[in-house]
Design a protein around this ligand. Structure first.
Ligand SMILES: Nc1ncnc2c1ncn2[C@@H]1O[C@H](COP(=O)(O)OP(=O)(O)OP(=O)(O)O)[C@@H](O)[C@H]1O
Length: 234
């Protein structure tokens, strides 16, 4: 299977301080990779660097074979990468329809506004409501809908379950499972290990800006000692 994302020896940080210290990570097309690690390991920085929001010091970021390290965010987006940021970042004063309208692309083939509303009827019902009138789960759906309108082949999901009630996490999980069925790949940063294990084909663990483990989810899940050593849980 070809990789939708191949990151090699990626180094990045803030104002000269190094956060990503040589990250190697590949994501096969259509598969979900959970990126786990303790607070401050560099997971969000990794996503932001792939997306072009943080400029790398060095290293390679191939998206579907095209070198995009250091490219502008809109260039990365145009190559089929979309981020669902931590905290959702929906525009509070804008309605659901307006938030989605900002993301909609002319000539969209797969993900039209109608299709997003079909997939998430709750958003259709609430299309006239402002971002700040939505529940956490609805905001998360909106953030995912906005990303889908970019026609992604790769989603960068930064803690999609953050702050959501368990029943709502379940809805988001079902939604994401459906997207995996559509052939969309994802890097999933997630503190909720049940959710990560449910969704991910493989697990990668980041420690101090490096990937220290990579393997099938089932193996990682079965090895509690390793999970505990790497994450301090289990
Ligand atoms: N905008 C920024 N400016 C300076 N330092 C930052 C910035 N964002 C993150 N950092 C630092 O980079 C390091 C890695 O943070 P990052 O958010 O990437 O980790 P993380 O693994 O996503 O952790 P968390 O689960 O807490 O979000 C931390 O030491 C953090 O303080």
């Amino acid at each position: 299977m070809t990789d939708v994302l191949t990151v090699a020896d990626l180094r990045a940080g803030y104002a000269g301080s190094t956060v990503l210290d040589g990250v190697d990570l590949s994501v096969p097309a259509g598969s979900f990779v959970a990126l786990l690690g303790r607070n401050g390991a560099g997971k969000t920085t990794f996503m932001h660097t792939v997306m072009g929001l943080v400029k790398p010091y060095s290293g390679s970021v191939l998206v579907a074979g095209r070198e995009l390290a250091g490219a502008a965010t809109h260039t990365v987006a145009r190559s089929g990468v979309a981020i669902v940021p931590q905290g959702r970042r929906v525009f509070a004063p804008l309605t659901v329809a307006e938030n989605l309208g900002l993301a909609a692309r002319r000539g969209a083939r797969t993900w039209t506004l109608e299709r997003v509303y079909e997939l998430m009827p709750r958003l259709a019902e609430r299309r006239g409501h402002r971002g700040d009138q939505l529940s956490g789960g609805e905001q998360q759906m909106l953030a995912i809908g906005r990303a889908l309108l970019r026609e992604p082949r790769l989603l960068l999901l930064d803690e999609p379950s953050d702050g959501l009630a368990p029943a709502v996490v379940d809805q988001v999980a079902e939604l994401l499972e459906g997207l995996r069925g559509e052939g969309i790949a994802a890097v999933l940063v997630e503190q909720d290990l049940h959710l990560a294990f449910r969704l991910a084909d493989e697990v990668a663990v980041m420690q101090k800006g490096r990937i220290v483990h990579r393997g099938p989810t089932a193996d990682f899940r079965a090895d509690r000692t390793r999970a505990h050593a790497l994450l301090g849980v289990g």
